[in-house]
Ligand binder design. Structure first.
Ligand code: K7E
Ligand code: CUA
Length: 649
């Protein structure tokens, strides 16, 4: 019998149910066998299906928050089912959520991230960071950076909506963020390509003098649920290309570590006969891990001069105050990841088949003993042999590392197409060694394990965020989905148990949180709720007091929405009037969302139960414009409409 062993398992799991249903074991055997035969499923397939299937109405045990890449959004994915539960609009306007399409609050949020006055219509999100308490996810907030324009966003996990976008004052671009300090005191936005200060002009011939990296420390005010720009600061770094960062925890709390590439300070120029960047920045055997004392930097920043409105610690001050040190790291490093207890920083070099573990204790000792030469900017380089703890050969193209709760690390292998599991040395185990590699398809970038970058990782599940899908799915044209693969960590060997096609953006990093740590609202707490302030809007339309008031050329509307009408329904104004239009969804029922679409004025809102949104515009188009509800909210949803009549001048 082909599926004998597994059917044994199914029968065991199904046990009581089978008996109650009056079926016998052979009946279930036969049924499972028949389905498996018909669909060509192996025992491993059936096992994988059982491990990932969540019945109708069931819940997932974990939620994964994945970067939406150049879709500019964040995806929320249930684990183990790998169902997409939500796409949170962050840097890109999104019409289902009514984000940045008419509502004053979300348009203001987006506008805070514009480049001078240039409207930015998209984003390239990279690294989501859940807020932490004592180094563990607390389920309250989520941050994410946007590489293309150097921005950071904050999402409130009470309603899973973006509340704030801040723009890096020193640089047009970022990459190595976001990462939070253990109690979310700061959100760290690491740089990437070196820039002249503030993105001003300076010729490449002045690269060594005028170009710098700028790491931003955004202060978080948990009470206010906002990044406090007035308490945030930056620090100047040498013009290497700082890459991924991670924040120290437990024994290394107070420090932050960022890898880098281009210690060559190459400026490319293939068009002028120079080697292309890919060659120019890969010449040296070593680049530099940047070791920074953020706790001390926060003190030094108090007296740092303000540049572009923010305190900026200069490179000279960083050196003089012992805020910055460099550690050589092999061949085009990418990830730097801190072990759960904070003892080691694990660095993976794209062109080196090893992962390198640096001991924080040894780093501290080297700093204190004053050893090491300086780089051209006076930054002390701690000798490699003094701080390196161990190296393990894991395979080709190692990029990013996550951890489980049993003392193992997992590193993605971009070139080898797999995930390596390796054992950590003391205090976790006796020795550092490779355990096994599971193949993944294909070209894995980041991986995310359940709570795998916290002080207490869960293990159990790991997701391999693959860049290429090639032969894995139906052909949908030349642009393919990404392949997010769920890996089961509970068995003797790692096993891929689900392929999720992600047909949007390019997810980079993701974090996986235990679902019971989240406590999102089902409906807004009170009617008239302004989600931007997370408080009742005192000017919110109230049932029974709907009205239209004119004051000179300004027309203000207080409208309510409920199943299945807007009130008022017909509104007549004059061409050129300034319109301020408030709408409250006065429903209290779970899931009773109404939409609001207004023809001709680029307005599309999502009014969730209790929510108030304000729209403001000048009525420059005369004519008759229907407005209607866009959510199929009731049997008479199509009747939920009205007219805006704009009398010509
Ligand atoms: Cu490796 Cu931007 Cu985190 Cu992508 S980075 S993979
Ligand atoms: Cu309200 Cu449809």
């Amino acid at each position: 019998m082909r599926h004998a062993a597994l059917i044994g398992l199914i029968v065991l799991l199904a046990g009581a149910t089978v008996a109650c249903a009056g079926d016998d074991e052979s009946g279930l055997d036969a049924a499972v066998s028949a389905i498996a035969d018909e669909r060509g499923l192996s025992e491993a397939d059936i096992e994988a299906a059982l491990k990932t299937f969540v019945p109708s109405g069931g819940r997932d045990e974990y939620l994964m928050f994945a970067s939406g890449g150049h879709a500019g959004q964040v995806f929320v994915i249930g684990i183990p089912s790998m169902r997409l539960l939500k796409s949170i609009a962050v840097f890109t306007p999104e019409s289902w959520q009514g984000y940045g399409v008419g509502g004053v609050q979300t348009e203001e949020t987006l506008a805070a991230g514009f480049y001078n006055d240039e409207e930015i219509k998209w984003g390239d999100t990279h690294h989501p960071a859940l807020s932490e308490t004592a180094g563990d996810y607390d389920g309250q907030f989520l941050f994410i950076n946007e590489k293309a324009n150097g921005r950071v966003a904050m999402i409130d996990l009470r309603d899973f909506e973006t509340k704030q976008i801040v723009k890096n004052p020193f640089s047009n671009i970022d990459h190595g963020g976001t990462f939070v300090t253990p109690d979310t005191e700061y959100i760290i936005e690491g740089p990437q390509y070196a820039h002249p200060l503030g993105g001003e002009y300076a010729p490449l011939s002045e690269y060594d003098d005028k170009y710098r990296g700028y790491v931003m420390f955004w202060k978080f005010d948990r009470e206010a649920g906002r990044i406090d720009e007035s308490q945030s600061f930056g620090m100047e770094l040498p013009p290497y290309w700082q890459d991924l960062c991670d924040v120290g925890k437990k024994v290394s709390a107070g420090w932050v570590f960022c890898g880098s590439l281009n210690s060559e300070r190459d400026t490319g120029g293939i068009e002028a006969g120079n080697p292309p960047f890919e060659v120019g920045v890969s010449q040296n055997d070593m680049d530099y891990l940047h070791v920074m004392n953020w706790e001390r930097a926060a003190e030094v920043a108090q007296s740092a001069p303000k540049v572009n409105g923010y305190p900026l610690i200069s490179l000279d001050t960083a050196v003089a105050e012992d805020l910055l040190f460099l550690v050589p790291e092999p061949k085009s490093p990418h990830g730097s990841d801190v072990t759960p207890g904070g003892e080691y920083v694990i660095v993976a070099g794209k062109l080196d088949p090893h992962i390198t573990a640096y001991s924080f204790e040894k780093i501290k000792a080297a700093i204190d003993s004053g050893v090491g030469e300086s780089d051209p900017y006076g930054v002390r380089i701690l000798p490699f042999d003094d701080v390196m703890e161990a190296q393990i050969e894991v395979g080709l193209g190692p990029l990013h590392t996550q951890f489980d709760g049993d003392g193992y690390g997992y590193t993605s292998l971009f070139l080898d197409n797999g995930v390596a599991k390796w054992q950590m040395g003391p205090p976790y185990h006796d020795e550092w060694k490779l355990v096994e590699v599971v193949p993944t398809q294909y070209n894995v970038g980041h991986i995310a394990a359940a709570e795998g970058d916290t002080v207490s990782p869960d293990g159990r599940y790991l997701v391999s965020l693959n860049k290429w899908a090639t032969d894995r799915f139906n052909v949908v044209g030349p642009l393919l989905p990404q392949n997010l693969q769920l890996v089961d960590l509970t068995g003797e060997h790692m096993e891929v148990i689900y392929d999720m096609a992600m047909g949007v953006g390019e997810p980079h990093y993701a974090q996986i949180i235990k679902a019971d740590k989240l406590d999102a609202w089902e409906v807004y707490p009170e009617v008239g709720w302004d989600p931007h302030q997370q408080a009742v809007d005192p000017n919110a339309p109230v049932s029974g007091q709907e009205r239209v008031e004119r004051n000179g050329d300004t027309v203000e509307i207080w409208m309510t929405a409920t199943r299945s009408h807007f009130n008022p329904e017909n509104i007549e104004i004059n061409e050129g009037d300034h319109v301020i239009w408030h709408i409250t969804n006065i429903e209290r029922a779970y899931d009773a969302t109404h939409g609001f679409a207004l023809s001709g004025y680029n307005v599309g809102l999502s009014l969730e139960p209790g929510e108030t949104i304000t729209v403001e515009f000048d009525a420059e188009n005369s004519g008759v414009f229907a407005f209607y509800c866009t959510e199929f909210c009731s049997a008479l949803h199509l009747e939920m409409m009205g007219h805006l009549l704009v009398r010509p001048e």
